[in-house]
Design a protein around this ligand. Structure first.
Ligand code: GUN
Length: 300
C-alpha cells in the first residue's frame, strides 16, 4: 500500500513557498504578513495558533498574533477586523475558531475581507469558490487535493465519497473533488447504510469526527483512503475536527477516523494519522496567505 505522507508533500510545498516568498520580499520590500487572532484561551486553539506562527517563521513569512480577552464584545471584535482589513501592511487574516460563547461567528465570516481571508471561510470567499473564481480554498480540503496531486492520484471520472458535511472540511472537499471532475457523494451521520457508498468508492475522504470509525470492510479493494480525523485524549468538536485536550502531553496517542492498520494489503493508498492530512492544513494556510498577497499587490 502506498502511504500518502503529508510531511513529505508539506516539505516539498514549503520549499517552493520559500522561493516565492523571497521573490515577494524583493519586489515588495517586506515579507508577506499573516495576522492570527485568538479570542479567549481555548487550549487546543492555543496549540494551533502556536503552530501556525511557527510555520510562518519556517518559510520566512511574517506573522502577528493578536490575543483578545474572552469577555470581548462583538462590536470590539468587529472593529478589530475592520482595522486589519484596512491595513495595507497585512496580507492575511485568520480568526481561530471556535469563538468563546457569547461571540458570534457569523459577523466575523461576513467581515473578513475576502482579499485577506487566509482560511477561505468567509461567505464571500466561499461564494467565489463555489463560482469557480477563487485561487484559495479552505486549508484542510485544499491540503487533501495537494496530497492527491503530489502522488499523481487520478481524480477525473472517478467515484469519490466524502464522509462528513462540515463547512470546514466536508462541504468544500466535495466541491473541490467535483471541480477536479470526480463524481461525488456526500455522506454524513444520518446516512443509512454508509458502507453501501464507501465500498463503491475509488476515493474516500473520511471527516466523520469519529475515532477509528471505518476499516477494511468499509472500503473497496484498491481504493484510496484519506483520513481527516484527528482524535487525541480530548473530545471531538464536530465533523472532521477534534481537540487534543492535553496539548502538552506529547506522548498522547493520536487516532484518525480510519483503522489504518487494517488497510495494508487492501487499499491502494492511504494517509496515516498523524502525518497525513494534518501537516498539509498549515502548509495550505501559508500558500493561501502568499497567493492573496500576490493577488492584492498585483504581482501575479
Ligand atoms: N478551528 C479548527 N480548525 C480551524 C482552521 O483551520 N482555521 C480556523 N480559523 N479555526 C479553526
Amino acid at each position: 500500500m502506498l502511504i500518502l505522507d503529508g510531511k513529505v508533500v508539506s516539505e516539498a510545498r514549503r520549499a517552493a513557498l520559500k522561493t516565492r516568498i523571497q521573490k515577494f520580499q524583493s519586489s515588495v520590500g517586506r515579507p508577506p504578513h499573516l495576522v492570527v487572532v485568538l479570542v479567549g484561551e481555548n487550549a487546543a486553539s492555543q496549540v494551533y495558533i502556536r503552530n501556525k506562527v511557527k510555520a510562518c517563521e519556517s518559510v520566512g513569512m511574517r506573522s502577528t498574533r493578536i490575543d483578545l480577552p474572552s469577555a470581548l464584545s462583538q462590536e470590539a471584535l468587529n472593529a478589530t477586523l475592520l482595522k486589519l482589513n484596512g491595513d495595507d501592511g497585512i496580507d492575511g487574516i485568520l480568526v481561530q475558531l471556535p469563538l468563546p460563547s457569547g461571540l458570534r461567528e457569523e459577523p466575523v465570516l461576513e467581515l473578513i475581507s475576502s482579499a485577506k481571508d487566509a482560511d477561505a471561510f468567509s461567505y464571500r470567499s466561499l461564494g467565489y469558490l463555489w463560482g469557480g473564481y477563487s485561487r484559495t480554498a479552505p486549508c484542510t480540503p485544499q491540503g487533501v487535493m495537494s496530497i492527491l496531486e503530489y502522488y499523481k492520484i487520478p481524480i477525473a471520472g472517478r467515484y469519490a465519497v466524502v464522509v462528513g458535511r462540515s463547512n470546514i472540511v466536508g462541504k468544500p472537499m466535495a466541491h473541490l473533488l467535483t471541480m477536479a471532475n470526480a463524481t461525488v457523494t456526500v455522506c454524513h451521520s444520518k446516512t443509512l447504510d454508509l458502507r453501501r457508498f464507501t465500498k463503491e468508492a475509488d476515493i474516500v475522504v473520511v471527516a466523520a469526527g469519529q475515532p477509528r470509525f471505518l476499516g477494511r470492510e468499509d472500503f473497496k479493494q484498491g481504493s484510496i483512503i484519506i483520513d481527516v480525523g484527528m482524535h487525541g485524549t480530548g473530545t471531538s468538536t464536530g465533523p472532521g475536527t477534534a481537540i487534543i485536550k492535553d496539548p502538552g502531553h506529547v506522548s498522547a496517542k493520536v487516532f484518525g477516523d480510519v483503522r489504518f492498520e487494517e488497510l495494508e494489503g487492501w487499499a491502494f493508498a492511504a494517509t496515516p494519522v498523524p502525518g497525513g492530512v494534518g501537516p498539509m492544513t498549515i502548509t495550505t494556510l501559508l500558500e493561501n496567505t502568499l497567493s492573496l498577497a500576490e493577488k492584492r499587490l498585483n504581482l501575479k
